[in-house]
Ligand binder design. Structure first.
Ligand code: GAL
Length: 859
């Protein structure tokens, strides 16, 4: 009896500790519970090493203002343990500082420890030394791998515990992740992979963090680990157990850029639609991947061929500035979702068809809260749907959110919502919210702030056989030799050409053929660049096959093989080779084809300039540089340096590398990253309609241009004067065209109907409750420190076009410009009511009018 009572008390205590105590994080079928409270959580990925610590507070603040509750990040093992047992947690890798900043802002953290990350990050986040641990095989039931994974995961968990960063300790971390998208691998590998999954889950849970673990894209995630969805849409997804919440760990806000590829973007309307669709189908956690993508500084880009910019078309752009209207449109979405939270987390949901492609999803709870989502899945046409005792107008491919089951506060396809539903006296508790919503769009510009650089140059040496690291018969794998300490490996050999060779007497040149596992190759014959070849993300392998100029006697062949980031995804990507594995042959000789594969090859790791640390302040003064560009301009393999002063202001900075070809950039010894402007984006950049299924190939920019032209220079890397800029150019680009630019808002636009045609009038009239809709206002707001300097376009009437290319229609109020001139010019922001009177009278009565305005921002 006494024992039984003790047991009951213990059980009560235990269950309370799990679900209702202070500082607990648990879950049920509906949501994650923090301190016993179910939450709809809006999260966004910000990867700490993809920005600088000086940028972190602002990024986190902008994430918070955008309506986020959680910041999600991977932990980047190769950044933290560059050599076995030697750890690094400083500067951009100061994980604890990052998490504490998130905590200070009042947000939660979702820590994806992995330690496999993927993330277009070099080697998927694994240190390269790990590959050389005897007997290792990555991400499977392999002893050495599991030991290393356990060691690193434990180290991170301990570090978090020591700093009291778990929610159960009063910290911000409410969730963790082990592995990453292992489901597809498991499918390929089979039984050992299933054993590894079991082990990984057990290992993680055994670390006793007090907060739940997730495994994304892993249908068989063992209890209590939650399996979650990643993708452009996840509404179809259900977790593997009825008692787990429906979570979306990667809602892709855009996509990454690869060198040679166009720049993908995802319309805000479709992103918002996918999120609303997920929430209306019972989802309770959504993480934007990425909320701020940032920059692959140094040699952290994976792929291979991933660009240095990891902008991702995220709501915060690479530089940390608001991407409008995406950021604002999502902010509005989050506020609308939060208004529905009480009904979502405690209500029962029901579905009602409203038409062939339309439905309502309604959440009703016992305490009387009610939220509705009205969806139109038709990609092509508007729909008027009956719901309750009203009718609602739904644009194609859109969802309206009604937090009280009556009033639409948000529609995923209406980005310019200043005009939306503000019904006088009717929407009492929503009115403040409604007055404030409305995402303006903004166009950014890069303004040159420095181009008058005085350059000095230094020619890199083309490796000679007497300056090698080692010699061997045959060809070697590149990463094995470089251990990824450098992108560069020289393969050199000699070829004897007999004076009796036929080609000497006017035949065609012998053809040198080089097969390489990747990723890029420059061929030098007797010290002269003879040609270049490179692969792509899709196929990193390459074949060089070109006629080469050879002389009688000994010819020196020097092949510079270049890695462009290590793979980050795919079955056993750690075993993928790089470098010249052959065969290498010379065709068109008297003897026919001469195989060079198995002759003596000499190897040199890295560039001479790298061994001299020419990128650093001390190293760069160790050699004699040539003044000016005359001698060496357009020579391949040249180092350039200059100094410059930091431009005034606090706008983000970037280097315009448009006239350069391929290489790397350093500022005051910090590596900005690889540039490759010569690699033009191939692909089709057609028009892009937000409506319809999105994928990463649907909406593309930059076709025919450099995949990446601008390279982010963090402000915090600069001194006020005398900053050292060093560039290594492989391919004969011209530094005379390099300039430094600042990024700022160029123009801002509003594009608003005088009132929403069918929806407002129709809805309000049919409700019978509203006397008349209030007139909307046009809100314009420039960047901080900027003012509206002029009005580029303004028309109240029937204007056409989009922000950046508005055009006047048949109906136009002649005072359109004057009004904005008067209200806005000279102001940082302004709000103008959209009434015919203000524009000097109705320019075309009985016609539905709109206002389009574009204002120029400047300092
Ligand atoms: C996911 C992966 C992420 C990232 C993304 C593409 O599958 O989990 O780490 O690589 O794809 O950007």
């Amino acid at each position: 009896m006494y024992n039984g009572l003790l047991l009951v008390v213990a059980l009560l205590f235990f269950s309370c500790w799990i679900s209702c105590g202070e500082g607990s994080v648990t879950y049920d079928s509906k949501a994650i519970l923090v301190n016993g409270q179910r939450k709809i959580l809006i999260s966004g990925s910000i990867h700490y090493p993809r920005s600088t610590p000086e940028m972190w507070p602002d990024l986190i603040q902008k994430a918070k203002e955008g309506g986020l509750d959680v910041i999600q990040t991977y932990v980047f093992w190769n950044g933290h343990e560059p050599e076995p047992g030697k750890y690094y947690f400083e500067d951009r890798y100061d994980l604890v500082k990052f998490i504490k900043l998130v905590q200070k802002a009042g947000l939660y953290v979702h820590l994806r420890i992995g330690p496999y990350a993927c993330a277009e990050w070099n080697f998927g986040g694994f240190p390269v030394w790990l590959k050389y641990v005897p007997g290792i095989s990555f991400r499977t039931n392999n002893g050495p791998f599991k030991a290393a994974m356990r060691k690193f995961t434990t180290k991170i968990v301990r570090m978090m515990k020591n700093e009291k960063l778990y929610e159960t300790q009063g910290g911000p971390i409410i969730l963790s992740q082990v592995e990453n998208e292992y489901g597809p691998m498991e499918y390929e590998i089979g039984a050992p992979a299933r054993a590894y999954t079991e082990w990984a889950a057990k290992m993680a849970v055994g670390l006793d963090t007090g907060v739940p673990w997730v495994m994304c894209k892993q249908d068989d995630a063992p209890d209590p680990v939650i399996n979650t969805c990643n993708g452009f849409y996840c509404d179809y997804f259900s977790p593997n157990k009825a008692y787990k919440p429906k979570m979306w760990t990667e809602a892709w806000t855009g996509w990454f850029t690869e060198f040679g590829g166009p720049v993908p973007y995802r319309p805000a309307e479709d992103l918002a639609f996918s999120v609303a669709k997920f929430i209306q189908k019972g989802g309770s956690y959504i993480n934007y991947y990425m909320f701020h993508g940032g920059t692959n500084f140094g040699r952290t880009a994976g792929g291979p061929f991933i660009a240095t910019s990891y902008d991702y078309d995220a709501p915060l752009d690479e530089y940390g500035l608001l991407r409008q209207p995406k950021w604002g449109h999502l902010k509005d979405l989050h506020r609308a979702i939060k208004l529905c939270e009480p009904a979502l987390v405690s209500g029962d949901s029901s579905v009602m068809p409203l038409g062939n492609y339309q439905e309502a999803r309604v959440f009703k709870s016992r305490d009387g809260s009610c939220a509705a989502f009205l969806a139109n899945y038709n990609q092509h046409s508007f729909a008027k749907v009956p719901f309750g005792n009203m009718h609602y107008n739904l644009p194609p491919w859109s969802i309206s959110i009604l937090p009280d089951c009556k009033n639409t506060v948000y529609n995923t396809a209406r980005v310019r919502k200043d005009f939306l539903l503000f019904c006088n006296g009717f929407l009492t508790y929503h009115s403040t919210f409604l007055m404030k919503i409305g995402a303006q769009s903004a166009q950014m510009k890069m303004t040159t702030v420095g181009s008058d650089f005085s350059w000095q140059s230094y020619n890199e040496e083309t490796a000679a056989n007497d300056d090698h690291a080692f010699m061997t018969v045959g060809l070697v794998e590149q990463i094995n030799i470089t251990r990824d300490r450098t992108d560069y490996l020289w393969y050199t050999t000699d070829v004897e050409i007999d004076p009796s060779e036929g080609f000497m007497r006017g035949g065609s040149w012998p053809v040198l053929t080089v097969l390489s596992a990747g990723h890029a190759l420059h061929v030098f014959i007797n010290g002269q660049l003879s040609g270049t070849a490179y692969g792509s993300l899709e196929n990193p392998r390459l074949t060089f096959s070109e006629g080469v100029y050879l002389k009688a006697g000994v010819n020196h062949i020097a092949l510079l093989s270049i890695a462009v980031g290590l793979p980050n995804v795919g079955p056993h990507f750690e075993t993928w080779n790089a470098g010249i594995l052959g065969p290498v042959s010379l065709g068109g000789l008297n003897e026919g084809r001469r195989d060079l594969t198995w002759q003596k090859w000499y190897y040199k790791v890295g560039l001479k300039g790298e061994s001299l640390s020419l990128h650093s302040l001390s190293g760069s003064s160790s050699v004699e540089w040539v003044e000016g560009l005359d001698v060496s301009e357009r020579q391949p393999l040249t180092w350039y340096k200059t100094t410059f002063n930091a431009p005034d202001g606090d706008e983000p900075l970037a280097l315009d590398m448009n006239t350069m070809s391929k290489g790397q950039i350093w500022i005051n010894g910090h590596s900005v990253g690889r540039y490759w402007n010569q690699y033009k984006a191939s692909g089709g950049c057609g028009a892009c309609d937000y409506a319809g299924w999105f994928n990463e190939k649907k909406c593309l920019r930059n076709c025919g241009k450099a995949s990446q032209r601008w390279y982010h220079v963090p402000r915090s890397w600069l001194y006020p004067t005398g900053n050292l800029l060093v560039i290594f150019e492989e391919w004969g680009g011209s530094p005379s065209g390099i300039s430094l630019a600042k990024r700022e808002v160029d123009t801002v636009c509003a594009d608003i109907f005088e009132w929403q045609p069918t929806l407002v009038n129709w809805e309000m009239q049919s409700s019978g409750k509203v006397n008349k809709p209030l007139r909307p206002k046009a809100h314009l707001s420039c960047g901080s420190g900027q003012k509206i300097s002029s009005i580029k376009f303004a028309s109240f009437g029937t204007p056409g076009g989009v922000c950046g290319s508005f055009s006047q229609g048949g109906c136009h109020a002649f005072h359109s410009y004057d009004v904005f001139q008067r209200y806005c010019v000279g102001q940082q922001s302004c709000a103008v009511p959209i009434t015919p009177e203000i524009f000097g009278g109705d320019p075309c009565p009985n016609v539905m009018k709109k206002l389009s305005v574009e204002a120029v921002c400047s300092k």
